[in-house]
Design a protein around this ligand. Sequence first.
Ligand code: SAM
Length: 254
Amino acid sequence: MNSNPSSDNETSFGFRAVPQNERQSLVNNVFARVADSYDVMNDLMSGGMHRLWKNDLINWLAPSKTAPQALLDVAGGTGDIARRFLDVAGPRSSATICDISAEMLAAGRKKLADRYGERLRFVQGNAESLAFPDRTFDAYTIAFGIRNVTDIEAALAEAFRVLKRGGRFVCLEFSQVQTPIVDRIYDAYSFRVIPRLGELVAKDGDAYRYLVESIRRFPDQDRFAAMIRAAGFERVQYRNLSGGIAALHSGWRI
Ligand code: SAM
């Protein structure tokens, strides 16, 4: 357990080292298996906290109520960010959910397509190579998605490319807990309770073991902020949520 990638061609899939070119299909397999129970599991695992964190993302993004804005929500899954955006943005604003998983998109479409009509689009695609022209979007969001991407630098470069000048990048991701005691409780909960919940509800303990392990593999707040800056973003800042269990990172394409 906890093995580090040992060669240039290896990367981590949770705590396992796997060939880089196999990782995305392992990730896709996880989300194909959990898509139908994904929303219920999110509520159960986080005690509903993920809803508050997603509200925090939208509050920080502060969509305009008047000017039309185009949002790209990458790894958008079942649409929690896109629908929050559309609920507060002006009526001429639109959201595009881009996700690599057909199963997650199908779950989102089932839930939301009728509600927003043409204001909401679903597009299957990889965060590392987006099929959108340069400078298309006013905002790019990614919630609990980037740690699943194999080449994070490539995804950040793509985020920068598809944003207009003056556009904003906001990422919500699990992060590093800042308080030692909370850290220990959170660790015990993550490794003991979450895989069991996954087994009971989603009938898939392994998928949830990967999700927990991948959180520990993700760069901490400062390292991730440095990666965002390296992709060309300016005014990069982050905010810890719930003591660092999750964090919001923001950057601007100036
Ligand atoms: N954003 C949603 C939310 O917050 O509820 C879903 C997050 S879910 C934990 C992670 C999502 O990332 C899955 O829907 C998965 O299919 C997607 N994903 C994984 N790798 C991806 C990639 N390379 N490009 C785009 N989406 C990806």
